[in-house]
Design a protein around this ligand. Structure first.
Ligand code: HEM
Length: 118
C-alpha cells in the first residue's frame, strides 16, 4: 500500500505549507484583507494540523470546524479559486510532486461548501 502523503512528505506538507501558503495569501491584495486583525501565527498552526489530518496523519486538529471558522467572512467562489492558485504555487515551491499536488488540491476543493460563505 502506498504511504499516506503525510508520511511521504512529513512537515513539508504541514508546517511547510502553512508557512509558504499564508505568506503568499497575505501578499495577495485580494485576499490579505480577510486576515486583518487575525492572529496569523495561530492560524498557521491550525492549518498545519488541519493538513496533517487531511493527508492521512494523526487526528490532532483542535481548531474550529471550517464552516464555523469561515462563517460571516463573505468568501466568494472567486476568492476560493484565487486561494487555490496559492495552494498549488506553495506546494510547487516545496517541491511536492504534481500528482500529489492534484490530490491535495482535490481534497481542499472538496471543502469548498464549508468555506464559501457569500
Ligand atoms: C478564500 C478562501 C479562504 C479565506 C479568505 C480564509 C480566511 C480565513 C480566516 C480570516 C480565518 C480566521 C477566522 C478567525 O479567526 O476568526 C480562517 C481560519 C481557518 N481557515 Fe480559512 N480561509 C479560506 C479558505 C480555507 C480553506 C480552503 C481551508 C482548508 C484547507 C482553510 C482552513 C482554515 C483553518 C484550519 C482555519 C483555523 C480555524 C480555527 O482557528 O479554529 N481556510 N480562514
Amino acid at each position: 500500500m502506498a504511504p499516506t502523503l503525510y508520511v511521504k512528505y512529513g512537515s513539508r506538507l504541514t508546517s511547510g505549507m502553512a508557512e509558504c501558503f499564508y505568506d503568499r495569501v497575505l501578499a495577495d491584495p485580494d485576499l490579505a484583507p480577510f486576515f486583518e486583525g487575525v492572529d496569523v501565527e495561530r492560524l498557521r498552526e491550525h492549518l498545519a494540523d488541519f493538513l496533517t489530518v487531511l493527508t492521512g496523519g494523526p487526528d490532532l486538529y483542535k481548531g474550529r470546524d471550517l464552516l464555523e471558522a469561515h462563517r460571516g467572512l463573505k468568501i466568494s467562489e472567486a476568492d476560493f479559486d484565487r486561494l487555490m492558485v496559492h495552494v498549488a504555487a506553495a506546494a510547487e515551491e516545496l517541491e511536492i510532486e504534481p500528482e500529489d499536488i492534484a490530490t491535495i488540491a482535490g481534497a481542499i476543493i472538496g471543502l469548498k461548501d464549508q468555506v464559501i460563505t457569500a
